[in-house]
Design a protein around this ligand. Structure first.
Ligand SMILES: [Zn+2]
Length: 363
């Protein structure tokens, strides 16, 4: 997720997620169990959002870069592993795949269709003549699917690590639920998005839960690369790799975001730390992209006025006297060195940003 201002926990917990939350939203660093009671006023909004999310997932599943992986998921759903680890792709694609998995395991429309009551918008199944054990497609539109998609299902537990670290308390809390059967669903779904945000304690607590058989529960760990979580968690999981993100457009977009954030920080002293300090989302690759954005901005500033429009970072750097431009170049090089020496990526970026802030002449 390149742009993920922390969704206010209370808002998400109340089930009034924003449009942006179609990617992710949940109580910060904790489990989101959006209560169903008391949301009547937001019900239609939630349904509309859930339907939109369902459409986005459908597009991702059938027209995305991951049709092969989704086909595998459908087959896997016939005999689902207790823990599925999804790596690769983008954070949003991993989340889509996780919600698709939740629907695959729970959509009543997946069963051989006899009564036609399942859904108004169900897709034709992969193979209409298929037998009982053949992979089927969830409808993503029936009440059961929509409860999952709107995150209001009582058997959905979503731990959102995109907004902060996932701490041990909610993971412990989950443990008390795991001993009981799902309340309504065929499978209780427990999603860790993104699992690299688990604190060490929380990861160990989760590991204990995964070690025991939990027939009513399907765990899903989302992570950019499996190396980012404890090897013991990986070895407990059935790992599926989504197609790695296309570095072209996604990388460009991310770089532009960094460019905007740095420009804002250098000129106003705000807008950066909430991104660079977001645990779990700041890895060395993201920091390297951020430094590339800086380098490009600096190069554009050095190249002269013609290259300034459309590049806010270049405009910010252009205010630097020439000797300070050289210093800025050194700062970027030193920040790269920090990354090479495994300095925490967020820290390396914040150090560089603070240096730039001080380099810029102030009135
Ligand atoms: Zn359904």
């Amino acid at each position: 997720m390149t742009r993920s201002p922390a969704t206010p926990a209370a808002k998400a917990a109340a089930g009034t997620s924003t449009k942006k939350a179609a990617g992710h939203s949940a109580a910060k660093g904790g489990a989101s169990r959006s209560p169903t009671a008391g949301d009547e006023t937001d019900a239609s909004l939630n349904t509309a959002e859930a339907l939109a999310l369902g459409d986005a997932i459908r597009t991702f599943v059938s027209g995305g870069r991951d049709t092969r992986a989704m086909e595998l998921l459908r087959k896997l759903a016939c005999d689902p592993p207790q823990t599925l680890l999804l790596e690769g792709g983008t954070a949003q694609e991993r989340f889509f795949a996780a919600m698709y998995w939740a629907a695959l395991l729970n959509c009543p429309g997946r069963a051989p269709q006899t009564d036609g009551a399942a859904s108004p918008r169900s897709l034709p199944s992969q193979d209409p003549a298929s037998g009982y054990d053949e992979p089927k497609t969830p409808c993503l539109a029936c009440p059961e699917c929509l409860r999952f998609l709107s995150r209001s299902h009582r058997d959905l537990f979503l731990f959102d690590g995109t907004a902060g670290s996932i701490k041990i308390a909610p993971v412990r809390e989950l443990k008390s639920v795991l001993g009981t059967p799902p309340r309504e669903a065929a499978k209780r779904i427990v999603i860790f998005a993104e699992a690299q945000a688990l604190t060490e304690e929380a990861a160990n607590a989760l590991l204990k839960s995964l070690e025991e058989p939990r027939p009513g529960t399907a765990f899903v760990l989302l992570v950019p690369q499996r190396e980012q979580v404890l090897p013991t968690l990986v070895s407990r999981s059935w790992a599926l790799t989504l197609a790695w993100p296309d570095p072209g457009s996604a990388g460009q977009e991310e770089e532009q975001e960094w460019s905007r954030r740095f420009a804002e920080f250098i000129t106003q002293g705000t807008g950066l730390f909430e991104r660079s300090g977001a645990r779990g989302s700041m890895d060395a690759a993201a920091a390297a992209t951020a430094l590339t954005a800086l380098q490009r901005g600096l190069a554009a500033a050095m190249a002269g006025p013609a290259s300034l429009p459309g590049n806010p970072l270049a405009r910010a750097f252009a205010a630097l006297p020439p000797e300070r431009l050289r210093m800025a170049d050194e700062v970027i090089a030193e920040a790269r060195e920090c990354l090479d020496f495994m300095v925490a990526p967020g820290l390396a970026l914040e150090w560089a940003a603070t240096r730039f802030f001080l380099l810029l002449p102030r009135r």
